[in-house]
Design a binder for this molecule. Sequence first.
Ligand SMILES: [Zn+2]
Ligand SMILES: [Zn+2]
Length: 148
Amino acid sequence: MAVSDKKLQRAIDRLKQSGVRITPQRHAVLDYLLNSMVHPTADEIYKALEGKFPNMSVATVYNNLRVLKEIGLVRELTYGDASSRFDCNTTEHYHIICEECGKIVDFHYPSLDEVESLAEQVTGFEVSHHRMEVYGTCEECKKEAVKQ
Ligand SMILES: [Zn+2]
Ligand SMILES: [Zn+2]
């Protein structure tokens, strides 16, 4: 069984435990997210699946994402006005973002807990979490730039 199949099976078990109905669309959204490494937007998920589900709307995709988010299978990454991106890697990780094509790639780095405790000490805040993003140009976009 491929790694993503195992992940999909685990995610489906989680849905069942939460009493969430597994509709074909929900299954497809989850499957797509688990196999996508680029943190798609709801629109991108919709475009990728509309051929398979002609009756599905963007609203259905959003609704499914909301359900998956509520049970903790999916994380939403918001970027101001731009549409949210969705991440099904719910373990601790950081993101690097391509400034050309907007793709977001995961990378692992020891969690910056010290930053959180320092911020707490100097500001008196109670820290809930932090977010760190690294920006640059991805490999594909670098190749594109060379061609031109
Ligand atoms: Zn790129
Ligand atoms: Zn991620």
